[in-house]
Design a binder for this molecule. Structure first.
Ligand code: AMP
Ligand code: MG
Length: 662
């Protein structure tokens, strides 16, 4: 260049300086691994749920429960008729047919909904009952009005044309929701279903976690608000909208602050205001090391501890910047939409979820094959977004990559494959583990079928805290044995005594199954306090008295229940009044006794306590778990087994009144 050339006008000088700055390749000072980045960030964060606030059911939808909700009542609250008809003793109906009807005398009472029955159904009688009516003392079944004929002359009587089995058309107390049961778990997001359950238990307000407020700002001279015309060289601000929605999905309350041009002064003012008004700030764009990339410079001026990470060995997402000002996280996501949303899900969403009280999401992985050869960059962990296609013999993972600038890569992906920083290629046909993206599946991690127990809620709660979703279906011990032998569940809680040896559960183990010790629960005779036939006596004494007292009405259990086996052993062949009344749970037995529809039965001690009933111990019952041996290594089953050994879990089981087994 000529030395004699005249100095340029100052406007040009500015431009030259900017050209120089743009051409200068500024380097990230320190690029750290994803694990290191997360560790540095979390060291400065409070990840506990925000304080609780009380909301009415009307405002509860989509909020996160701050505490477990324990059902304080049974639903239904009493044994209830499912049809219009007559409450009967099933034994009186045996053999009834069209040709040989049985005749029962009608008690002088009609049981309408909302009214307690007064008369006892004694042998040879029945009481008219409406759908939803309370089953009267003495009755154990209902016959439909359609299967009867009223005898008009004389005393009111009805002819029955069908025999009824005990329990026919009866919904037992607590069969829907059992008092003392953990109805909903802390960390659950409330939907219409949960609201229905809360209302059925009589709750009109609940405690939820305050939502973290997250301010969302976009940066870039090129950005145009959606809805406005696109000017030349303009780009619609899609990050602002995606991130705002993703904040809400993660349980936060987004404050959408809009898009700001690349002007340090204006941006700093906006970010300071956003920090003051929120619990957390998320910016996107302006985080590379080029000219005009101001976001990280602005963040570095806001206060301590300031920027913790700028540059992560990730593809996409290298320019990610993580900081904390005071106790508030501030994050600058890369501007490219795929990079922005990917890093948001990896680094920001877990923080919002934790503050919002949601439980961590355990990674859900599936195995698939990549149908094409994939070339990766050495030295950076690469996340390849894939879409899953079910093939004839295998599931295939197709890369959806259109580059990190694409908006659609993320939304069309089912998951991602991590490619190690040290591997350069994946050959076509390689087997890979695909981590499914949140919301892509709601698959259950563990299915538990068998006998239900309130201490099981403690173990399931521990699993939920570790991010595993378990579903418990109460089908009784025998139902659980049948389900697990067909492979329909992973765990079957059982408590069945072997009549031959007197031992619990060991006889249920088949090839391929293992028995895992659970806990012991004391079973005993349950009665209303003050009943002289029981109060202050031993179980054996009380049993002798009630078996020779015709007015004493028992309540039994369903066949298949371990407690039923014990009852049959105690009764030794006798069939006292009420034997045919066979509800399916400890709660229903306790409810029937508490409400005077029966006088005694067998149940476990914690349930007797819950209903304020007296308890005479009979014998401890072993509640153990059958598991499918070749599923033992599955993460959720592993977590279940380790939970059983955890001291804090065992302490809570003890507090409920069970003794954990070794
Ligand atoms: P930057 O990180 O600011 O260098 O931006 C990198 C790329 O992402 C550029 O192509 C930007 O136009 C684009 N970008 C930045 N912010 C947004 C946004 N809010 N919405 C859509 N694209 C964006
Ligand atoms: Mg920019």
């Amino acid at each position: 260049m000529s030395e004699t050339r005249k100095p340029r006008p100052s406007g040009d000088g500015d431009l030259i300086a900017r050209v120089r700055a743009a051409a200068r390749q500024e380097q990230f000072l320190e690029v750290v691994s994803a694990e290191e980045a997360r560790a540095r960030f979390e060291r400065h964060l409070d990840l506990r749920p925000l304080p609780a606030e009380t909301v009415t059911l009307a405002d509860a939808r989509d909020r996160v429960l701050a505490r477990d909700v324990i059902a304080a009542v049974d639903a239904p609250p009493f044994d209830r008729s499912n049809v219009d008809g007559f409450a009967v003793r099933a034994a009186d109906t045996v053999g009834a047919t069209d040709g040989n009807p049985k005749v029962l005398t009608l008690n002088v009472e009609v049981i309408a909904c909302g009214h307690m029955p007064a008369a006892t159904v004694t042998a040879g009688t029945c009481t008219a009952i409406a759908t939803g009516g309370v089953i009267p003392r003495g009755a154990d079944a209902v016959v439909m009005i359609e299967q009867t004929e009223l005898i008009e002359e004389g005393m009111p009587r009805v002819e029955l044309h069908r025999a009824a089995l005990p329990g026919q058309f009866v919904s037992y107390a607590g069969s829907d929701i059992a008092r003392g049961e953990t109805l909903l778990r802390r960390g659950t997001r409330v939907s219409a279903r949960e609201i229905g359950m809360l209302a059925a238990c009589g709750l009109d307000r609940i405690e939820v976690v305050r939502r973290p407020r997250v301010a969302v700002l976009s940066t870039g001279d090129e950005l145009v608000e959606p809805g406005k015309p696109l000017r030349p060289a303009g780009v619609y601000d899609s990050n602002g909208a995606i991130i705002t929605a993703a904040v809400a999905e993660a349980g936060g309350e987004a404050l959408m602050c809009g898009a700001y041009p690349d002007d340090a002064t204006a941006l700093e003012k906006a970010v300071r205001e956003a920090l003051a008004a929120s619990d957390m700030v998320v910016l996107s764009g302006g985080t590379s090391k080029g000219a005009g990339d101001l976001s990280h410079r602005v963040v570095s001026r806001l206060g301590k501890p300031g920027i913790l990470v700028h540059g992560v060995a990730l593809k996409p997402g290298k320019p990610l910047c993580l900081g904390v000002i005071g106790d508030k996280p501030i994050v600058v996501l890369p501007g490219f939409p795929t990079s922005a949303i990917f890093t948001f899900h990896a680094f920001v969403a877990p923080v919002i979820r934790a503050r919002a009280g949601l439980l961590p999401e355990a990674d859900k992985k599936v195995t698939a094959r990549v149908p094409v050869r994939v070339v990766s960059e050495l030295g950076r962990k690469e996340f390849m977004l894939v879409s899953l296609i079910e093939g004839e013999e295998a599931t295939f993972a197709f890369p959806t990559g259109k580059g990190s600038g694409a908006v659609t890569s993320f939304s069309q992906a089912d998951g991602f494959v991590e490619i190690d920083a040290l591997s350069a290629t994946l050959d076509a046909g390689s087997e890979v583990h695909v981590t499914l993206l949140g919301g892509a599946t709601h698959a259950l991690d563990l299915v538990i079928m068998g006998s239900h127990d309130i201490a099981l809620d403690v173990v399931v709660g521990e699993l939920a805290d570790r991010g595993f979703a378990a579903r418990t279906l109460a089908v009784g011990s025998l139902g659980g044995v049948a389900a697990i032998s067909r492979g329909e569940c992973d765990v079957a809680p059982v408590h069945l005594i072997d009549p031959a040896t007197g031992q619990y559960n060991k006889h249920l183990v088949e090839p391929g199954l293992s028995l895992i010790p659970g806990w012991r629960r004391m079973q005993g005779i349950v009665f209303r306090p003050g009943d002289k036939r029981f109060e202050g006596r031993s179980a054996q004494e009380a049993l002798k008295i009630v078996l020779s007292d015709a007015s004493a009405l028992m309540v039994n259990r369903n066949s298949g229940a371990g407690t039923r086996v014990l009852m049959d052993r105690l009764l030794d062949g006798t069939r006292p009044a009420g034997y045919a009344n066979q509800p399916k749970s400890h709660n229903a037995v306790a409810a029937a006794i508490a409400q005077g529809r029966a006088d005694w039965g067998l149940a476990i001690e914690p349930v007797a306590r819950l209903y304020g009933l007296g308890f005479l111990p009979v014998s401890p019952e072993h509640y153990d778990f059958l598991i499918i041996e070749n599923r033992r290594e599955r993460p959720a089953l592993q977590a279940f087994l380790t939970s059983l050994r955890e001291e804090h879990v065992r302490a809570r089981i003890r507090a409920i009144g069970m003794e954990p087994s070794d």
